[in-house]
Unconditional design. Structure first.
Lengths: 122, 203
């Protein structure tokens, strides 16, 4: 079954890096958003299974998007991919419903392990 | 319109690489200050030297500031400025655990420590992304309680055009912010562009 993935990051380079880090044999369709507002609209249109989410973004940041997703009864896996490596950022993101925090620069192996752990990828 | 020193792809790559460096710097600052530090999206601009005072003022506001500078060299060469508003500077002592038995204690030492930490973590983080190394000169105090426009004197820079990278670190609980501005003169940007192109080829 094809998994629907949303990559949310204001940086086109970061989005490219995340795409590159995803397992090549993973059956997915990918959409991209450049900020929280855009991501929320895509999420609300339905069908998203996994979100890779940056925290530091203009307009609506990742924390605010997580709050909005919670208000919408979050119904997908959110994996934070962020350069903000403060323990406080991780704790805050996890409290807001993220299942995991992967620091930038992204380690493809670490990402693969997270996906396996949550059964998103076999 | 001013001349651009990096193309769009190089600028986007530098912004993301700076974002990673900034995250590491924010983490270092959070440890020193014992507070959560909110990070900004890095801003990159090519600025004529004559307009640098205006850029600094736009970054930190109209008030008076304290500032320190340090030079970096190696794979990247330029100057890093750390600017803190004079009001915020007064709250630094308690955050950093510096003794202040008489008034402000040693305010210059606090600022130099912040400058060294921020520049080291942020620029060091950027260099690591390039698998390159950079060294730093000793931090030097530019001044305390200066007008923001006086932090940089265009006539002493010896360059006509500079690449500026600005990041802001903010402690929400205390309304405290520090600004790091990296300046690279035109003649040094070519080396950075080569590193960025090499990075872009890996994507």
């Amino acid at each position: 079954m094809t998994i629907s993935v949303l990559v949310v990051d204001d940086s086109p380079i970061a989005r490219k890096m995340i795409r590159k880090a995803l397992p090549a044999d993973w059956d997915i369709s990918i959409q991209e958003a450049g900020d929280g507002d855009e991501a929320l609209a895509i999420y609300r249109s339905g069908g998203i299974d996994v979100i890779f989410l940056d925290l530091t973004m203009p307009r609506m940041d990742g924390f605010t998007l997580l709050e909005k997703l919670q208000q919408d009864d979050l119904n997908c896996f959110v994996i934070v991919v962020s350069a903000d490596v403060q323990p406080g950022a991780r704790e805050r993101a996890m409290k807001l419903g993220a299942i995991e925090f992967v620091p930038k620069p992204i380690d493809p192996q670490a990402l693969r392990e997270v996906l396996r752990e949550y059964g998103v990828m076999v | 319109m001013s001349e651009l020193l990096l193309n769009d792809d190089q600028t986007a790559a530098l912004q993301e690489i700076a974002n990673i460096g900034m995250g590491q710097a924010g983490n270092s600052l959070a440890r020193i200050w014992g507070e959560f530090v909110a990070l900004s999206v890095p801003r990159i601009a090519t600025v004529a030297a004559a307009r640098l005072p205006e850029l600094i003022q736009r970054c930190v506001g109209d008030g008076r500031v304290s500032a320190a500078r340090l030079l970096f060299h190696g794979a990247m060469r330029g100057e890093a400025l750390v600017v803190i508003s004079a009001a915020d500077r007064r709250t630094l002592g308690s955050l950093m655990g510096f003794p202040a038995p008489a008034g402000d204690g040693d305010p210059g030492a606090q600022l130099l420590h912040i400058a060294e930490t921020l520049a080291g973590a942020c620029l060091g983080g950027i260099a690591r992304q390039f698998e390159a190394t950079i060294g730093f000169g000793a931090p030097a105090l530019i001044g305390e309680d200066l007008p923001a426009r006086a932090v940089v004197r265009a006539d002493t820079l010896g360059v006509d055009l500079a690449l500026c990278l600005e990041v802001r670190f903010r402690v929400e609980a205390r309304s405290l912010a520090a600004h790091l501005v990296m300046l690279m003169p035109r003649q040094e940007v070519q080396g950075l562009a080569v590193l960025l192109d090499r990075f872009l080829c890996t994507l």
